[in-house]
Design a protein around this ligand. Structure first.
Ligand SMILES: [Zn+2]
Length: 190
């Protein structure tokens, strides 16, 4: 029953990964714009990084359906993503200011790290894996520290997800990103 509840809530927050990936890509873009020659490629690696950790879900469904928790696989280990983030940041710092691949790698790693945080909202993540199988979830933490919050706002995760969707839609619509950004990149290339 509890597992079922967690699963349904995971499905809820899962829908936030791609919009969140878009937001992170957009927020980072101004800082790395000078390096980007293809915005499509940039966005592809951003959105791919946002859902990349869930590749282990496909592996689980195909090869190990009895394993109930795909968060036990290394693509859901925070240490894996923070290591990638650190390495990509080092590459970004030492690379030339117009070098694109380092910024794509950094974006991909940042998106995967954000995925770990989002997954920790409604479901557990093994934050100390592989050293420890101790789980951590923000919802559980709120249950322990502020049970009144859950009682007053039982659908707070839904509100969070809705906020992410609205924010992403706002960026997409008001900026009319593709057109504006393409125009900026084209103008720079001229
Ligand atoms: Zn996940």
């Amino acid at each position: 029953m509890i597992e079922g509840k967690f699963r349904s809530r995971e499905v809820i927050i899962t829908f936030a990964h791609l919009p969140a990936g878009y937001i992170v890509s957009r927020l980072l873009f101004n800082s790395v714009e000078q390096r980007i020659t293809s915005y499509k490629r940039y966005l592809f690696w951003g959105l791919f990084g946002a859902v990349a950790p869930d590749i282990d879900h496909i592996y689980l469904l195909l090869f190990n359906p009895r394993q109930p928790d795909h968060h036990l696989y290394f693509p859901h280990y925070p240490v894996f993503w923070f290591s990638l983030l650190f390495l990509s940041w080092c590459w970004l710092v030492i690379s030339k200011k117009n070098e694109q691949n380092s910024s794509l790698f950094f974006l991909f790693s940042l998106e995967g790290t954000t995925h770990m945080i989002l997954d920790s909202v409604s479901r557990h993540i093994y934050w100390l894996a592989p050293l420890s199988s101790r789980i951590f979830s923000i919802e559980h933490l709120i249950h322990l520290r502020m049970p009144w919050f859950i009682e007053r706002y039982p659908y707070w995760e839904l509100s969070l997800e809705a906020s992410i969707l609205v924010w992403a839609a706002y960026l997409l619509i008001t900026d009319r990103n593709a057109g504006k950004i393409r125009a900026r990149l084209t103008a720079r290339a001229d």
